[in-house]
Design a protein around this ligand. Structure first.
Ligand code: NAD
Length: 363
């Protein structure tokens, strides 16, 4: 395992995307959000995505420096068409509109369609929480993201479809629940394929309907010199929580895909675009006193004092593992497998980052 200084890593990713055609602000955001995901402990949505994002840019699957289009703009509803722009640009643009409207009107709903990969969805819940708002996010992925089998099925019909909910707290870190509705996010298959953390038992199902944890059933083969194609395998990721997670995922297709008009998952699409339906709520609009904040505090303390189960040190709250990871990785560097680091360096060389800038990044 290699450990890379997080600030230097951000700088490297920014440089890669500036050289690949993004303007400075966009490249800075891509570097910041990808590294933030690694800091939060979600390596699946971190810098391991750099080679793939650069390939998508080359292939026109994502467009640099795109200006999102506001397709509908009422007091409550905003519809944003990302026009295949980077999610790291479309996301903050649309989420800021939702926050501003909820500040003014108490609540707002934002529908994003045709956005490039929106990355770690907890970022958007954290952005709303930093503005003192509760938010709920339902996400789907069209095209290349269709990787998950519905409950009882052995064929891909939906994406890993994450859901995130953020609850701010005064003077301390927000509670952020943020997970894929599949047993694992696709990025975790990427991490396992490149020699990182193995997948949980039975997280995948092969084309014949047998449970497995071998990521090759998704990618077919692994050759580090070739771009990965998640359509080469005949297997699928399984939905989390049996019929319940599968049902939540199907609802994400309706909310994040059909209602936003980006489209629910279907076969034969060649792009990876996210749709996201987000609800923003200003706490003051519901609770002019301090009941909510006080009640959240009381309940959090109540949950934390539950006796830990055997083998568990401490009961953690949603968002707490990410807080712990951030502190550790800022101090110790971002851990990357040698394969993942090598493919990032290869991508950096290919876009013209000088060899001298690739030295001294490890801690
Ligand atoms: P995960 O299974 O690691 O679950 C993370 C959530 O569970 C967090 O809210 C975390 O705080 C909480 N949690 C974890 N351990 C806990 C514990 N011991 N006690 C209490 N709470 C705990 O997440 P995942 O499903 O692997 O998803 C990873 C990331 O992938 C997410 O950020 C998600 O948004 C992202 N994702 C994005 C897309 C996309 O299309 N953009 C698709 C799928 C997933």
């Amino acid at each position: 395992m290699i450990h890379v200084d997080y600030q230097k890593l951000r700088g490297l990713v920014q440089d890669v995307f500036e050289r690949a055609g993004c303007n400075r602000d966009e490249a800075e955001r891509i570097g910041r959000y990808l590294v933030e995901s690694n800091l939060a402990g979600h390596d699946s949505h971190g810098v391991i995505r750099v080679p793939r994002y650069v390939n998508w840019l080359k292939e026109g699957k994502v467009v640099a420096n795109q200006t999102p289009e506001v397709a509908m703009d009422t007091d409550v509803i905003t519809v944003v068409d990302g026009k295949s722009g980077f999610g790291q640009s479309v996301g903050p643009f649309a989420v800021q509109m939702g926050i501003d409207k909820a500040k003014k009107n108490g609540a707002s709903i934002v529908a994003i369609r045709n956005s490039g990969h929106l990355g770690r969805i907890g970022d958007w819940a954290e952005m709303a929480a930093a503005a003192g708002q509760i938010s709920i996010h339902f996400v789907n992925t069209t095209g290349l993201g269709m990787l998950v089998a519905p409950f009882g099925g052995a064929e891909r019909r939906m994406s890993t479809n994450p859901i995130a909910i953020g609850v701010p707290r005064e003077g301390t870190w927000p509670l952020i629940l943020d997970f894929a509705t599949s047993i694992v996010a696709e990025g975790k298959c990427l991490v396992a394929l490149s020699g990182g953390k193995p997948l949980p038992k039975g997280a995948l199902i092969d084309g014949d309907g047998t449970l497995t944890e071998d990521p090759l059933v998704i990618y077919g083969k692994f050759d580090s010199s070739q771009p990965l194609d998640n359509r080469s395998g005949s297997g699928a990721i399984r939905a989390m929580g049996e019929h319940k997670g599968s049902g939540l995922s199907i609802m994400c297709e309706f909310l994040g895909g059909a209602l936003t008009r980006g489209g629910a998952a279907q076969k034969d699409e060649n792009k990876l675009l996210n749709g996201m339906l987000s609800i923003f709520m200003s706490i003051e609009a519901f609770d002019a006193g301090h009941f909510f904040g006080d009640e959240v505090k009381r309940y959090v303390d109540f949950v934390k004092t539950a006796k830990p189960a055997a083998g568990v040190d401490e009961v953690l709250l949603p968002g707490e593992p990410e807080m712990i990871s951030r502190a550790k990785r800022k101090a110790e560097g971002v851990p990357l497998t040698e394969n993942a680091w090598e493919s990032i360096l290869e991508t950096a060389r290919a876009v013209g980052v000088p060899e001298s800038d690739l030295k001294g990044l490890e801690v």
